[in-house]
Structures are given as structure tokens and as C-alpha cells.
Design a protein around this ligand. Structure first.
Ligand SMILES: O=C(O)CCC(=O)C(=O)O
Ligand SMILES: [Fe+2]
Length: 292
């Protein structure tokens, strides 16, 4: 347990590659946000499935308030023959890889492969920690879904028109298993809520990820591991960049409280849930503004 941050820390250093390549990702991400508006807008989510691609400042919404960030979002590709595509449901599109900077796609593709391995590894450790077989989660993860967001945050203090603007990223829990947050060195922006309801900063530690528990792990563990409520309030001169990687179960995985967790507390706090259905419900409210 870290006393400085009052947050649990998992040491994955034996598994990580050099942190210079992580820096390359953040550099490529910063470059894309420095690119002019005409370049970014080419990749608008409106070209695709309203999920993959570029979202303008304020386009993403949390709890009916516009989030003051811009982002390039990528999702696991779904084949054209997938039942979802045939039903014309969201998340059916192609990822839109920026052409500028030219190395963007290669850098992040390598990153995604690496993060998928890391996610599986941490899930094996969690299985052991819960008293399950090391490979217990494999069947739920063999085609694990993933989402990667490359997010840019301007200074919230410079918003001219405050109409329905919330914060940089409104409070929420993430949807899946584990989120690996690769943030730049901006301090005091990312916050997590503690069990007693207080907000504390999750400050960047060089070469580390902040790891959030997602909703599916919350259901699996019947609240033994709570999904972390977090938010971003970026009031600072710097332009903050953060690249969360969401490591998720198979799209059609049925998640329900696990036996060892029911031995701790026999009351089931969650109904079984199919991950893909949970995801679609959440994504569909990400752009919802209630008109008054
Ligand atoms: O910017 C961050 O570090 C967090 C972003 C986040 O929580 C999200 O996209 O779900
Ligand atoms: Fe999040």
C-alpha cells in the first residue's frame, strides 16, 4: 500500500517494456492534438459508428454534462460478418487511424498487443488472489474486447461558454475488467473516490499505470472489488494527455458473482450481465444531452 497516494499499487515492473516507448505513445498523442482542427476533424466519429474516431471538445457527455476533452477512440475491430454488424448496431465501424504523425498507427498497434497481454496477466493474478485457478478467466477473455482512448485536455478555466459544460471528464466507473491509464506528468487532474466518499488525486508516477477496476470485475467479485469512481478536473496551464486502455471480457461473456466471493458474502448484489449489452447501454448515453 502506498502511503503517499493512499492507493493500492500493483508492481508489474517484471512484465513491463521500457518506459521510453510509453513516452513515444504520449508524444505521438500530443502531436495529433497539436495538429490543426482540419486534420483532426477528418477522423470524426460521425464518419463511422459514432464511437470510433475523433470527438470534439464537449462532444462526449457524462451524466448530461459535456466533458471538456477531445479524444480519438479506438475499439477492437469487429468483423463485417459479426451478428452486431448485421443488426446494424453501434460499434460496427472501422477504426480511423490518423495519417499524421505517420508513426501513430504502428506505435499504438504495438501498444494494444502489449496491453492485451498485460491485461490477461493481471487477470490471472486476480484469479489466484480470489482462490481460483490461475486460468479461470481465460474462457471469458480469449477474444477479449478492448477500447483505447487517446484523450487531450485543455485548461478547463479557459472555457468561454459554460453552457452545460461539466468538468474535463465527469465522474463515472469504467465498464469492463481493468483500465490501464497511461497519463502524462500533469498533476492534480485525475481524481478517484475513496470508500469514505472523499476525492483524492491519482498523481502520475513516472513509468506507471493507474489501474481502475471496471464494472465487470465488480459484478464477478460481488463488490469485493469495487469499480472505481473517478473523474478529471484539469485546471492548469498544460495541455494534459492521457491514454486509457480498457481491457474487457469477450463481447458475449456472461458475468455473474463468483463462488469464492459468495462465500465471503452470500447475498448476490448483482444480476448476471452480458458484457456487450452493458457496453452498448453505456456507450449510447455518452453523447446524450437532455434539451431543456
Ligand atoms: O484522462 C484520464 O486519465 C481518465 C479518462 C477516463 O476516465 C475515461 O476515459 O474513462
Ligand atoms: Fe474512466
Amino acid at each position: 500500500m502506498s502511503h503517499e497516494f493512499k492507493l493500492p499499487i500493483i508492481d508489474i515492473s517484471a512484465f513491463t517494456t521500457d518506459s521510453n516507448s510509453r513516452t513515444a505513445k504520449l508524444k505521438a498523442a500530443k502531436q495529433i492534438y497539436e495538429a490543426c482542427q482540419e486534420e483532426k476533424i477528418k477522423y470524426s466519429i460521425a464518419n463511422e459508428d459514432y464511437a470510433r474516431g475523433y470527438q470534439r471538445l464537449g462532444e462526449n457527455v457524462t451524466r448530461y454534462q459535456k466533458d471538456w476533452h477531445e479524444a480519438l477512440d479506438f475499439y477492437k475491430p469487429i468483423p463485417r460478418t459479426h451478428p452486431l454488424v448485421l443488426k446494424n448496431l453501434p460499434l460496427r465501424g472501422e477504426n480511423q487511424w490518423p495519417k499524421n504523425p505517420p508513426e501513430f498507427r504502428a506505435v499504438f498497434s504495438e501498444y494494444i498487443d502489449y496491453m492485451l497481454k498485460l491485461g490477461a496477466q493481471v487477470m490471472s493474478a486476480i484469479a489466484l488472489g480470489l482462490g481460483l485457478e490461475e486460468n479461470y478467466f481465460e474462457k471469458f477473455l480469449e477474444e477479449s474486447f478492448w477500447v483505447m482512448r487517446v484523450i487531450g485536455y485543455p485548461d478547463l478555466r479557459n472555457v468561454a461558454d459554460k453552457d452545460r459544460i461539466g468538468v474535463s471528464c465527469g465522474e463515472h466507473t469504467d465498464y469492463g475488467c481493468l483500465t490501464f491509464l497511461n497519463q502524462d506528468n500533469t498533476k492534480g487532474s485525475l481524481q478517484v473516490q475513496t470508500k469514505d466518499g472523499n476525492w483524492i488525486n491519482a498523481e502520475p508516477l513516472y513509468g506507471s499505470f493507474v489501474v481502475n477496476i471496471g464494472d465487470m470485475l465488480n459484478v464477478w467479485t460481488n463488490d469485493v472489488y469495487k469499480s472505481t469512481l473517478h473523474r478529471v478536473i484539469h485546471k492548469g496551464d498544460s495541455y494534459r494527455v492521457s491514454v486509457p486502455f480498457f481491457y474487457e471480457p469477450n463481447y458475449d461473456a456472461k458475468i455473474e458473482p463468483l463462488e469464492p466471493c459468495l462465500q465471503i458474502d452470500p447475498v448476490k448484489h448483482h444480476e448476471p450481465v452480458v458484457y456487450g449489452e452493458h457496453l452498448l447501454k453505456k456507450v449510447s448515453t455518452n453523447f446524450e444531452i437532455i434539451e431543456s
